[in-house]
Design a protein around this ligand. Sequence first.
Ligand code: ATP
Length: 404
Amino acid sequence: MLMSTNESKDTLTGKMSTDDYIRFLESKLRWLEVEKERLKMQIKYYQTEIEKLLSPPLVEAIVIDVLDDGRAIVKSTTGPNLIVSVSEKIDKERLHPGMHVALNQRGSTIVEILPDYEDPYVKSMEVIERPEVSFSDIGGLKSQIQELKEVVELPLKNPDLFREVGIEPPKGVLLYGPPGCGKTLLAKAVAHEAGATFISIVGSELVQKFIGEGARIVREVFRLARKKAPAIVFIDEIDAIAARRLDIGTSGEREVQRTLMQLLAEIDGFRPLDNVKIIAATNRIDILDPAILRPGRFDRLIEVPLPDLNGRYEIFKVHTRRMKLRDVDLYELARRAEGATGAEIKAIVTEAGYNAIRDGRKYVTMTDFIKAVDKVMTKKYIRDNNMKYLDNKREKRLFSPIFQ
Ligand code: ATP
């Protein structure tokens, strides 16, 4: 009920003038209008939330074909191919085969076009038709290259020779050694030389990034390898799925075990002269499950060690091939870079190039390289010592009650 102006004026302030009182009421009105809008928005929000909660789930499908009469053939994830109509809301021009769409719950109409997403199988593996890297891009590692030529390249290129002589080459090769020393490079180069497709997966990603998908991805990788043969399947960090296990009680461990079982089943399913070869790599051969090293699996082990003086010299030679060098003694650099991995030598060469650019030169000098060796090797020294410190600390924690 409205109060009379005088009454309410008196009630509110006792001495507010009529004009002030009108202004007061106007501002109150404005505030109420704003409040009304806010509440309307809130109602709308809750209405859509209720709609979402009550709406039935949609069915995902992939468009196979768009028919002339405006309908479409789709493959639903629940089963058979369906001929469905297309909702008026959908822009029919945008529909094309391969697209992910949502069907209404009865599965009779396309009601939404879903955004493209990458298949986890595709994301989890790298497929290179024929890698660019060749054996001439590898410094040192001569005996490893020779062995890979015999056990991977030759059987892929000339299986008949093995049949005639009556011997079976190994199905799988395990490359082991410290990180950054050329394992991946070797696998890519042998694929290049054999004219094979290179398909690679990373063990740690299978268990950390694609949880629950490990075994299925392994199956897919080998299916793809058969299709693209001749092919090389490269499994980096195989220790993540093939480490010796004492206890497989947790669900995570069981999942890793399933992935390994699938891998072993795939390897066992090959004949040695099939045109798919498997190369795995690890920095931790000491922790591998002996099951994977049995004959007929990864029964050829090739060590890829830290390069020695000559190896470092060869790696310097490879990475400086396209550089303009002035008075650079690569042998002396190899001597100074004692303990460096191939990856670190590459970093040294890049850093030396930067030193020249910073100086406005297009050629690289010995001083550029010496500065670069110091920088990269100091960083390495600090990193290695930190690792040692952390390892010690971890060991003390494990074995000393004081640290527990
Ligand atoms: P990780 O265990 O970390 O995967 P890895 O042994 O597979 O290491 P690569 O990826 O092959 O090492 O090497 C990393 C990079 O280091 C290569 O891309 C290459 O540039 C350089 N490199 C390593 N070893 C050599 C080598 N012997 N000759 C030339 N370059 C090398």
